[in-house]
Ligand binder design. Sequence first.
Ligand SMILES: [Zn+2]
Length: 250
Amino acid sequence: MAFFDSHLHIVRLPEPLEVARELHERGYRYRAVACEPWEWNALQELWEKASAEGWQEGCGLAFGIHPMIATDIANKHQDYSSEDCWSELRRLLEKFPEAQVGEAGLDKRYAGYEPGGAQEAAFRKQVKLAFELGRDLQIHCVGDYGRIVNILKEVGLPRPIFHRFGGDAGIVKAGKPLGALFSIHADSLRKKATREALGLIPQANLLFETDADETFCESCGLSTATPPACTPQQIADALVDRLNQVQNSF
Ligand SMILES: [Zn+2]
């Protein structure tokens, strides 16, 4: 069976290069997403090593700025003081012409969510960048999907991919004419309004994802002890199971 995980934070998993090998052997393909500067660097390094072995075949990349760090980047806080994140993001996207932009968006749990705030500014910049470079845009939204759709219409229209989709029927209807893809995560099936909207999405516009990151081992009952007691083989098997569950419950 062929697998495609449309949103995987592979470098946040333990031993990512070994995980890449295990996934390749299982025929598990994925979109590797990196959404803050340290993750971009780690992913670039992993990609180069995995490519030398052929383990990245059939897989893809995405580089972006997550709403959780939009305020820090705007204020040049912490890790973001010494580098120009935006020029680095553009450089990476130019270096990897197949890479998508994102994940980018709005998240009400983090600073800068208000209309006109730092999250919106960072999102607008990435919509523009994706549109200019002709890339798909991975969108993260916890909160107001309507605002996301309005910004897309205003700023430019890269193809939107609603990652870990949690919107309702109204958003599916608004997204369809934009050519949107909807990426389904186990969480998408939990919310009643989202579950009911899924039937409106044409098969060709559906993707599936695990969004696995540093919390994955724990959430699967695999260990997070250091060094991790879960092996790259166990992680790869757990990813296959997780993605299968989402696809099969659909
Ligand atoms: Zn993500």
